[in-house]
Write a protein that binds this ligand. Structure first.
Ligand SMILES: Nc1ncnc2c1ncn2[C@@H]1O[C@H](COP(=O)(O)OP(=O)(O)O)[C@@H](O)[C@H]1O
Ligand SMILES: [Mg+2]
Length: 890
């Protein structure tokens, strides 16, 4: 029986969709691959010293290079972010336990460890949900604040969300901002206001830090063009602004706008979008310092699941995805007077969608001003797209950067990168180092290794101190901020220089500017999204960067003085193999989330929606089909009630539909926890140095039916009073990521409030109920019925239904018994096709819960169809013997 509201309207789907994360090296690119090497000793490209490359078997080498979590910072795909941490698993023999033995042993073990107790089970999520319900006022949730916007008594964080903009922005009465003539100010007026003595925004006295920063700000390249900017901004609705990274676009332009636009007079705000969460947070903090105000007051930020703004906020940094989300409830973006789209050159899916939307909104709102900012000089494309908008280009103030290439392709780019960093530290004059790697795990690992080696250099070679800082999207804000700390001084006067080394994802390419960098090490890779609509596989692959990226990276070395960039690839590879510019994300993504967003935004004619680069028709088709099967769109492509509801959740449609359907399976509390867990980075930690121990710890939580249930066990244990008493220690002992679990907790709470608002019931059956886990597995099918694989005969391989892709289980799985049918969360692409985070399901559930997708007439001939056919017959026989009254399979 199908329980979802619109399930009867399902259409027909030919192929299946999967979401994937993994890293991969394109082996066909010379100079980029690990295959073009004879192994052993290599000549170092820069200093002529021989550098030893560890000899490893080709297969291991590939895996090692491919093992790190994606750096993709966009929040939409956060739930897809997973580490690849499987190297040693390949040799682990499968445990021969039967299902029930395993269950019992695992429970026994958990009991011994104090992880799991029996009745009353303290780990049940719903119990927490119940207690939270009593104590938490939903109005205090900034994410939902717009719900309460009309409530006069409410004075919490709500500025971003007003459906009616009838409340005055409560900017300080002492502010002198409103004394300037709106849209007629000059640089001189702004300068006077900035010079004090009182803070123009708050009326409070200005700090000495303020004046220090003001001095450096006035040296930034954009400053000399403030008047020119103001004139163009005042004259036209659209403005394209290009300038070198570090010229002051992100931090200064929004402030230029504030003085002239004075959004509070209109009871509006200025928004500045960033493709990356980490940039939005970091830049907002910096600008709050520059304006001498508290973050969250006049200046704030808003990213998925976190809103740091208040009633005084007039400048809001936000991810492009968040602005898009707001547009769904506020189609004219009425609360903004100016929208600044920053980092437009990144061409993220959300930026591209926003640009299309803003073109339409601008016609309806002649008072709205839009500034497009970009680092690279593809300005003309932006200009013509925005109805021949005027262009302002700030000449860069950059220093020359010498480029070095390796004479031979590097076999292992991480190894080569570490070697290069240490050589720079040992032999180059003062100046900080920036190394580009691809993802969190790779970066953390590299930092550890550099630290170890640098300590040795200090001890043995009298080298200067080296401070190493990682930088990636999921790094906590306080740790991000450390990249701006000055380099350490020499250990004694006249000693070897101290320096800092930042090991970063692409984020340091244009999003965050770090002064003092003189040496850049560029291995030539970044993690990029790739989508194959034929087999519905979206993956994050480590891929060669573009020429434009390489140039950006090199440019980071010349910010403050002449620098050097070490490219860990050959000059020939740069010239012949690198593409000119990276393809926009819209051409490389599964579009089902975007299509749902657009539908919610009221854009029905997707084909004529003016995107800068229209996606392939096939990709659009796949997205429509998928949403149709999820019952989010009806057969005519219109948004259904379920689709509307799903778009209220900042989640992938699959997850949203699963969550919405979960009360029907009596486990919405558990599915809520699971959805949160699937929306954060990997919760299991598996350090290279302690893999065995980490696996043992994971086994304590293992559920024989699969990984989803195992994650849920972890979460329940994490929420137990024992674990909460010292969660840091507890996570450390159990090889779990405290950060990821806390973040899951936060996400869970945010989603719970949306469920409450939408009146989706939070229900559970008692933990002792024999259907407790079955219910959860059935609910998984309600969302992930398009991500199902079936075992092939007696072999270890599986085949994905409808797409017929051969896959094997990812070695990280806890699945202990042979399961013929599985739902999987991710399709992982490496040398082999893996499916990761799997849970065993029954074929009758597929037929029962997703009858349209599992309409046998839509299946091609083959084992999958035969097996489903047998199931249909089995169910029929069972129903015949039981009689129609008990016909439902539960
Ligand atoms: N958190 C910070 N701490 C110190 N300096 C910063 C911080 N954020 C930005 N800056 C500095 O502000 C200047 C301008 O940066 P930004 O506005 O980001 O430039 P753009 O957007 O043009 O790349 C740079 O010199 C940068 O180093
Ligand atoms: Mg910037």
């Amino acid at each position: 029986m199908d329980r979802r509201p619109d399930a009867r309207e399902h259409g027909r789907l030919k192929r299946q969709r999967t979401s994937v994360t993994e890293s991969k090296i394109d082996p066909h690119i010379p100079g980029m691959s690990d295959e073009s090497d004879d192994g052993g000793v290599k000549l170092d490209g820069y200093y002529g010293k021989p550098a030893v490359v560890k000899q490893e078997s080709g297969d291991r080498e590939v895996k090692r290079q491919r093992s790190e979590s994606p750096p993709h910072e966009s929040e939409q795909s956060a739930q897809k972010r997973r580490k690849s941490d499987f190297e040693d698993h390949d040799t682990t023999p499968a445990k021969p336990e039967t299902r029930f033995e395993a269950d019992a042993t695992s429970k026994k073990r958990q009991k011994k460890e104090g992880v799991l107790e029996e009745k009353p089970n303290p780990y049940l999520a719903h119990q927490y949900a119940e207690s939270e319900k009593k104590s938490v006022d939903p109005k205090s949730n900034p994410y939902l604040a717009h719900m309460y916007d009309d409530d006069e008594s409410y004075n919490g964080y709500s500025n971003g969300y007003g459906k009616t903009m009838d409340r005055t922005r409560k900017i300080s009465e002492a502010s002198t901002l409103g004394r300037l003539p709106r849209h007629r100010t000059t640089a001189a007026m702004a300068k006077k206001a900035e010079d004090g003595p009182a803070n123009a925004f708050t009326g409070r006295p200005l700090s000495s830090q303020y004046f220090n920063i003001l001095k450096t700000r006035r040296n930034l390249p954009v400053h000399s063009q403030r008047d020119e900017f103001l004139q163009m901004y005042q004259k036209s609705q659209f403005l394209v602004f290009v300038g070198e990274t570090g010229s002051g676009k992100t931090t200064q332009i929004p402030q230029f706008v504030l003085f002239d636009d004075q959004p509070h007079i209109q009871r509006k705000l200025v928004a500045c979008t960033q493709p990356r969460r980490v940039a939005a947070m970091s830049v907002a903090q910096r600008v709050a310092n520059e304006m001498d105000v508290t973050l969250g007051e006049e200046v704030g930020y808003s990213i998925r699941f976190e809103d740091v703004t208040g009633p005084k906020t007039i400048l809001k940094y936000m991810t492009d995805g968040m602005l898009l989300r707001e547009a769904m409830n506020d189609n004219n973006l009425q609360r903004y007077s100016t929208i600044i789209l920053d980092e437009a050159h990144e061409r993220t899916l959300a930026t591209d969608t926003l640009m299309g939307l803003l073109k339409e909104v601008a016609q309806r709102r002649p008072d709205l001003k839009i500034v497009i900012m970009s680092a690279t000089l593809d300005a003309q494309k932006f200009q013509s797209y925005f109805n021949d908008a005027p262009l302002l280009a700030v000449p860069g103030r950059t220093h020359p950067v010498e480029i070095y290439y390796t004479p031979e392709p590097e076999r292992d780019y991480v190894e080569a990168a570490l070697r290069t960093v240490l050589q720079i530290h040992g032999s180059e004059p003062e100046g900080d180092i920036l190394l580009f790697l691809t993802g969190e795990e790779e970066i953390e690992d590299a930092c550890r290794k550099i630290n170890l080696e640098a300590d040795e250099m200090v001890r043995e070679a009298d080298a200067g101190p080296l401070k190493v800082y990682p930088l990636y999207g999921t790094l906590p804000p306080n740790q991000q901020q450390r990249i701006f700390d000055p380099a350490p001084p020499p250990r004694r006067p006249g000693g070897a220089p101290g320096r800092k080394c930042i090991v970063s994802t692409n984020i340091a390419e244009t999003s965050l500017t770090i002064d003092g960098i003189v040496y850049v090490v560029d291995p030539g890779f970044s993690k990029q999204k790739v989508y194959n609509p034929r087999i519905r596989v979206e993956s994050l692959l480590v891929s060669p960067i573009s020429k434009a990226s390489a140039q950006q990276r090199a440019g980071r070395a010349g910010r403050t003085r002449p620098g050097k960039c070490f490219r860990l690839y050959t000059e020939a590879a740069f010239k012949k193999e690198l593409i000119e510019t990276t393809y926009p994300e819209v051409l490389r993504s599964n579009l089902s989330s975007t299509v749902l967003d657009l539908k919610k935004l009221g854009i029905d004619d997707l084909v004529h929606f003016d995107l800068m680069d229209p996606p392939a028709p096939e990709t659009l088709m796949r997205a429509l089909e998928e949403l149709n099967y999820l019952a989010c769109l009806d057969d005519d492509g219109n948004l259904t009630a379920l689709g509307k509801l799903a778009s209220e959740f900042p989640l992938d449609p699959t997850l949203a539909v699963m969550l919405i359907s979960s009360p029907e399976f009596y486990c919405s509390n558990e599915i809520l926890s699971l959805t949160a867990l699937l929306s954060v980075p990997q919760i299991f930690v598996r350090p290279a140095s302690a893999r065995k121990r980490a696996d043992e710890m994971k086994a304590l939580f293992a559920h024989p039916d699969g990984d989803h249930l195992t994650m849920l066990n972890v979460y329940h244990a994490f929420k137990s009073p024992d674990a909460q008493a010292n969660s840091k220690q507890w996570c450390h002992d159990h090889f779990l990521s405290l950060r990821a679990l806390q973040s899951a907790d936060n996400v869970r709470e945010q989603l719970r409030r949306i469920m409450e608002r939408e009146e989706i019931e939070l229900v559970s059956v008692p933990f002792e109920d024999k259907n407790y886990y079955t219910n959860i597995r059935r609910a998984l099918v309600a969302g992930f019925f398009m991500q199902v694989a079936k075992k092939e005969g007696n072999s270890k391989t599986y085949v994905t239904v409808k797409d017929n892709q051969n896959v094997i289980l990812h070695p990280s799985t806890v699945l202990q018994q042979e399961s013929e049918w599985l739902v999987y969360n991710e399709f992982v692409l490496t040398t082999k096709n893996y499916i990761r985070t799997v849970t065993s399901v029954k074929p009758e559930w597929l037929l029962d819960i997703a009858p349209n997708y599992y309409d046998l007439s839509t299946f091609g001939k083959g084992e999958v169809k035969n097996a489903l056919q047998r199931t249909v017959e089995k169910v029929r026989r069972r129903e015949a013997t039981r009689g129609p009254a008990n016909g439902k399979s539960r």
